[in-house]
Write a protein that binds this ligand. Sequence first.
Ligand SMILES: Cc1ncc(C[n+]2csc(CCOP(=O)(O)OP(=O)(O)O)c2C)c(N)n1
Length: 376
Amino acid sequence: MAGIGPLSEEGLVRLLDHTGERVADEYFGPFAEHLTFDDLRGFWRDMIMTRAFDTEATSLQRQGELGLWVASLGQEAAQIGSGRALRDPDYAFPSYREHGVAFTRGIDMPSILRVFRGLEHSTWDPAAHNFHIYTLVIGAHTLHAVGYAQAMDWDGLVGSGDPDKDGAVICYFGDGATSQGDVNEAMVFAAVNNAPIVFFIQNNQFAISESVTRQSTVPLAQRAIGFGIPSVRVDGNDVVAVHAVTRWAMEHARSGAGPVVIEALTYRMGAHTTSDDPTRYRSSADEDYWRERDPIARVETYLRGLGELPEDFEEAVRADAKELGRVTREAVKSWQPGPTDTIFEHVYAEPHPLVDADRAWFAQYEASFTDKEVTR
Ligand SMILES: Cc1ncc(C[n+]2csc(CCOP(=O)(O)OP(=O)(O)O)c2C)c(N)n1
């Protein structure tokens, strides 16, 4: 972890270390001072629930119930800490593994798996949750996010001083995405237009098999300097620090002071997706090092050490997590394929003759199979 590269600990904000000890930080410490033990137990619960859902989804894929799964394992603190720093008027743009953020935005978790069972492109109404659909095209949503942020500004929803009204956008993407043209274009637009957006980089150290050391020679947060955007590096496995830093950044953006880049240094504890085998490109020593820095374990150690994780609370949370797994499994197994022409429904807001023509062609194509016998 030494040196000045993208994995260095240079400038990393930390408020709870991996042994469960609180760490002081003069600037960001005050942004976590309001947190009560109830809040911290809440973060812990959110992370346990997210992991239970994620683990169930991985099993379901292995049992042939899902086409693919993109795990959030190991990134729970980055997602819960930031998600819980959002206010109702804020709007989040995820990529595809932000299941923890989805949880904080009140998304029905099992329904996410309809996408990964190949049934629907998305299942929630983004406007109802201020949570955009998952985007699998790396970095593409950063441009949509900047556009949305600018529109919030133009609609007078930023910097008015009214906390019920003012909001900002947070946009999540990975270390690999920072090399995409779209992300760099988004940062240029955000900077010159002073857009109310927080770019949240989850540096989980890999873009599939490509190490972040092949994406950058310096910490990713430093890229922001070239765009004229303030940035901060945070220990992404420290839910308290992530929360504090995101709270600061969102307040900055909401007040009309412009964009911020957060780089949360974390570790993808699982495979990139269920189609990937990480043993081919990383060492078990590396995995062991990061297992000791498990984001859930450190909060648990901290709370337990202070006698702030009562047994009955813990039991109730573990029971809730098990129940979420059960509900998820039951839902997935009950789903049957629906009509295939729904893909034409959300292309444009209004009917369009070209979409109608495509739909008609597709119906005819599908019908051409109906009288064929399928033999196995
Ligand atoms: C534009 C584009 N190029 C390539 C891909 C294939 N692809 C899917 S995930 C991925 C790696 C992304 O890595 P990163 O941005 O670090 O995010 P992570 O998956 O680690 O969260 C790639 C290259 C894609 N989906 N979109």
